[in-house]
Structure formats: C-alpha cells, structure tokens
Design a protein around this ligand. Structure first.
Ligand code: HPA
Length: 276
C-alpha cells in the first residue's frame, strides 16, 4: 500500500464510519477466535459489517465474524472489531492491520487486543494470560515498506508495547472478579499450523508464556500510531507437546466458549475501570 494512499484510504474509511455513527470511541477492542460474543454486550450499539466498510477485508475462518461494533460501555464510547484477519488466510500484513489503523484514525486512545493461544507457562486451561510483552515470530512486520510519516515514525519504540499502567489495571480487574490468570509474553507465529513440540520447547526457552497466530502486527501498527495497547490471551489449550491430545480448532473455539462469561466480565470490568 503506498503511504499517501494509506493515509487517504484511512480518511475515506473514517468518513464512511462517521456517516453511519457519530460515536467517537475512546477504547477499542479486538476479539479473537471464539470470543466474539462480548460485542453483544455493547449498549446502544451499531454493527457495521466489514464488507460495507471501504478497504476492510472480511475474515474467512469459522469462529470469526466480521463487524465493527460501535457503542457504549456505561459512559465510555467504544469500538469493537468482532473478527480479525490473519496473514495465513491470504491477507497481506497491511490488510491484517488496516482495521486497527482505522480504530486509531477514529481517535481511540487505547486498544484492548484479545486472542486465543496455547499455554506454555503452567496455567489453568481454559484460562487467561495477561500479555506483558510480545515476540514477533510471524515472519512479517506491519511497517515494512515506505513509512507513512503522517501516521508515525520510521523506527517506533517498542520498549513498552503493552502499556504498563493499563496492564496493571487489567490484572486488578481480573483479581477483583476472581478470574485466575498468569502474566506472560505472547509469541505471535504465522500459523496456520499449530506448533510442533520442538517449537514449543524453543518458545519456552526464549521466554514465551503463550503462542498464537495474531496480535503482534496489530500492536506494531498501533504503537506506530501512538495508540496504547493492553492484551489478554484466552488460553484454550496447553501448547503442543504439553498436552496429550492433538490440537484442533474445535477445541480452541469450544474452550474459548467455556470461559466466555469470565472473558466478558474481564473486558466489561476493564472498560468500567478505564480512565486515561
Ligand atoms: N498455538 C497457536 N495458536 C493457537 C493455539 C496454539 O496452541 N491455541 C489457540 N491458538
């Protein structure tokens, strides 16, 4: 995507979204595999299918729906990306991060990114991991190519990819709601294969707490645009080699659904506690 055309495209996208709803979201959410029902809890909501939004592509895999939901949680205006794109579906990394760039263009200060992931740290399954940092092993970087200087710097700082204060706030919300969790580093791989046991041993040695197939490039694009990030993985399975049964997408979405109530309570609680 050419840089001035990226800026132009984002402005067209924003104009279209604003023509449907004049809500000016402050907090954004990205919902991972099997975690879409949180969007149904948004008040006064307007759902815009991705297929209606200029330059948005639609996700293709089951467990993902494509809609931007705008509305409120209490007094806080929010925007929810229900369903995300993955490079393994054939989307370019620019297309993968375009929806979060659109959230940034709409003026969100913070994006709460969620995903389904395989647990490498010892933890409850299904359960949750608050993401403290990330390792980009996707083989791509959202900022490869010419830099759109209007959006952010050529060499963005990533020393606080996940905002420390907001991460602390999230752990407090989880504690208050008695939602058991660990804190750890999210390793973002390309997928679509799950990892091999040898890859999981490697990930453990380099400090990863969970492995997944998303999120890392979205965080890169958001930090590029100076948007704060906070992240939580739904640990749907122990990573390959750490559980006996083979991994399947059915297990991932089924286990995500099994902890859906806690997941929704965590996101709702965070939005209610959020002040920036
Ligand atoms: N690995 C990668 N991605 C995943 C996993 C996993 O074990 N579980 C859910 N998404």
């Amino acid at each position: 995507m050419e840089t001035n055309s990226l800026v132009q495209k984002l402005s067209e996208t924003k104009k279209y979204i604003r023509s449907v709803s004049d809500i000016k979201p402050r907090l954004g959410f990205v919902l991972g595999s099997g975690l879409g029902h949180f969007a149904d809890t948004i008040e006064n909501s307007v759902a815009i299918p991705y297929s209606h939004i200029p330059y948005f592509h639609s996700p293709s895999i089951s467990g993902h729906h494509g809609a931007l939901v705008l509305g409120n949680i209490g007094r806080l205006p929010v925007a929810v990306l229900k369903g995300r794109l993955h490079a393994y579906e054939g989307h370019s990394v620019e297309q993968v991060v375009y929806p979060v760039r659109a959230l940034a263009s709409l003026g969100v200060e913070t994006v709460f990114l969620t995903n389904a992931a395989g647990g490498i740290l010892k933890m409850k399954v299904p359960g949750f991991m608050v993401i403290t940092d990330q390792i980009n092993l996707s083989g791509t970087n959202a900022l490869s190519g010419p830099n759109a200087d209007e959006l952010g710097p050529r060499f963005p700082d990533m020393s606080e990819a996940y905002d420390r204060k907001l991460t602390k706030l999230l752990t407090q919300v989880l504690d208050k709601n008695k939602i058991s969790h660990k804190k750890g580093v999210y390793a973002g791989l390309s997928g679509p294969t799950y990892e091999t046991p040898a890859e999981v041993r490697y990930l453990k040695r380099i400090g990863a707490g969970a492995a997944g197939m998303s999120t890392v490039n979205e965080v890169i694009a958001l930090r590029h645009m100076s948007v704060k990030c906070v992240g939580m993985s739904c640990i749907t399975n122990a990573a390959a080699g750490l559980q006996k049964a083979p991994l399947s997408h059915k297990e991932v979405t089924g286990n995500a659904r099994a902890v859906e109530k806690q997941f929704i309570a965590a996101l709702q609680g965070f939005a209610k506690a959020y002040k920036n």
